[in-house]
Design a protein around this ligand. Structure first.
Ligand SMILES: C[S@@+](CC[C@H](N)C(=O)[O-])C[C@H]1O[C@@H](n2cnc3c(N)ncnc32)[C@H](O)[C@@H]1O
Length: 221
């Protein structure tokens, strides 16, 4: 876990810059629950999703283990109904239940997913939803050149969309030594592994593959 904390502390500012531009949190917005009391974001990073959810829920809590990420979240995205906590997803200490529990690109960092899922299930109100989005890849750890090639391919489209200076900053982040060190230490599940694991943990969940990401939606009856 210390390595993950260190890696995210190191890239926090550029990660936030890039995700602010590229962010796509529509999978969560398309799966909002009926009840809109409390929401929890597990591995909230710099608070982009917490901020979006704050317009839909009475209260939103974001937890993360990276102080640098949480610092950006607190400074840039702290509406009055939001709280950020430095907390490990594998050891949640939270009071009360939630109507919506979300997690984006964080679960591949967890050691004991079954334990975390069990805890999140108990933290959900009846009728509440658990929505997870995480990387899926047929290669457990894609090599660095895959990410560099992706950054090269996206460079011109990014210039058109965000302007030259921003596109250069995105490119520099995506090909930086610290980011490549991080992504080449990640381990992703294959599509089949997702189906095997989540059909067992959350039998009536819906799995949806969206390019590099797998979405999981489960509703507590
Ligand atoms: C790829 S970032 C995603 C951030 C945010 N969800 C987003 O989509 O912008 C993964 C985040 O998970 C956090 N993280 C990793 N392991 C964690 C753990 N065990 N408990 C809580 N957060 C964790 C990292 O610090 C990092 O901020």
């Amino acid at each position: 876990m210390q390595t993950t904390i260190h890696q995210f502390n190191r890239v926090a500012e550029e990660y936030d810059f890039v995700n602010t531009l590229l962010n796509d949190y529509s999978f969560f917005m398309n799966n909002l629950p009926v009840q809109t009391g409390r929401a929890l974001d597990v591995g909230c990073g710099s608070g982009i999703l917490v901020n979006e959810l704050s317009a839909h829920f009475g209260e939103v809590i974001g937890i993360d283990i990276s102080d640098e990420m949480l610092e950006i979240a607190t400074v840039k995205r702290q509406p009055s109904n939001t709280t950020y906590l430095n907390m490990d997803a594998e050891n949640l200490v939270l009071v009360g239940k939630f109507d919506f529990i979300v997690s984006r690109t964080t679960f591949h960092h967890l050691n004991d997913i079954p334990k975390v899922i069990r805890q999140l299930q108990t933290l959900l109100n009846d009728g509440g939803k658990l929505v997870i989005l995480d990387n899926v890849s047929e290669r457990e750890t894609p090599p660095a050149y895959v990410y560099v090639a992706g950054a090269v391919i996206e460079f011109i489209p990014h210039i058109r969309k965000f302007g030259f200076r921003n596109a250069v900053r995105i490119f520099n982040h995506q090909t930086s030594r610290s980011w490549l060190e991080h992504v080449t230490s990640d381990k992703y599940k294959s599509e089949q592994q997702y189906h095997e694991l989540y059909r067992r943990l959350l039998p009536d969940c819906r799995l949806q593959k969206m390019g590099w990401a797998m979405g999981i939606v489960w509703e507590k009856q």
